[in-house]
Design a protein. Structure first.
Length: 277
């Protein structure tokens, strides 16, 4: 039995299937950990979602920002962007079944000596605290008031955690940290404005996993989300979004021995040039 963590698929179903063949995935024995962002921007989001739903007994996954965007748009909140590829899901005969299942997936997982979240964790959160905070969001998504939750999902504020946060502000910040974060300011605020490469970041920003005083050290965190970072493997952070959508690769990490498997991908989207270049 092996556990393979796979980075953001984002509707790239054909490379996903090719990677499963490359690692010789055996659904009778093996388990997949998916870092979130199953859908959007790639051409086969419906195929990905159907496959994961049909193989849910062999899959552990967490929600990513694109998955949450799909759920919000499906309920009439937010709007489709020009490069979204979600129409097939929204118009599918089995779309509601798939969306209701997706809505009940976790924000964070822990097991086998690892934790998994789509983007990252704040330094002041322990693993146990982060799991409790994730459960607050999961309750909002799975309750009969989920539309109220989705209607308050969008926004970049607040940017600083406090245990005293309540209501929509509290849940929005948890979601933004776990599904959108790449950088923090040097005084600990969440910064969602810069999405590029680590080495080109403004001087006042640091990658979330370089923040001092991290209380979740000791449990390796598997994550995705940051394609411009690429594969980043150290003792306690295993970032594996290697940019399949953009013509990079789709990566699978076997957690038992941390062996990395990569599949080169065709670009479905072009990387936008930085402003002023």
């Amino acid at each position: 039995m092996a556990i393979y963590a796979i980075g953001d698929i984002q509707g790239c179903f054909t490379p996903f299937q090719q990677l499963l063949r490359k690692i010789d995935f055996n659904p009778g024995k093996d388990t997949l950990w998916l870092t979130g962002d199953l859908v959007n921007r790639g051409p086969q989001s419906l195929d990905v979602l159907r496959w994961v739903y049909e193989h849910q007994d062999q899959v552990e996954m967490v929600l990513g920002n694109h998955d949450l965007h799909l759920l919000a748009v499906s309920e009439g909140f937010g709007k489709l962007h020009r490069d979204d590829t979600l129409d097939d899901i929204l118009n599918a005969a089995d779309g509601k079944v798939l969306l209701d299942w997706l809505r009940c997936q976790p924000m964070m997982l822990e097991g086998h000596g690892y934790a998994m979240v789509h983007a990252g964790l704040l330094p002041e959160w322990t693993i146990s605290k982060a799991l409790r905070l994730a459960e607050e969001v999961e309750f909002g998504l799975s309750s009969n008031r989920y539309r109220e939750f989705l209607g308050r999902l969008y926004g970049n504020k607040p940017a600083r955690w406090s245990d005293d946060l309540k209501g929509a502000d509290r849940l929005r910040l948890i979601v933004n940290v776990m599904t959108r974060m790449r950088f923090l300011t040097r005084d600990g605020e969440l910064d969602l404005s810069y999405k590029g490469e680590r080495d080109c970041a403004p001087a006042n920003l640091i990658p979330w996993f370089e923040a001092s005083g991290r209380r979740h050290g000791g449990t390796p965190i598997v994550c995705g989300h940051w394609s411009a970072l690429g594969v980043h493997l150290d003792d306690d952070v295993l970032a594996i979004d290697s940019g399949c959508l953009w013509g990079g690769s789709l990566s699978a990490l076997r957690l038992d021995d941390r062996q990395l498997f990569s599949l080169e991908c065709q670009a479905y989207r072009e990387i936008a040039a930085p402003a002023g270049k």
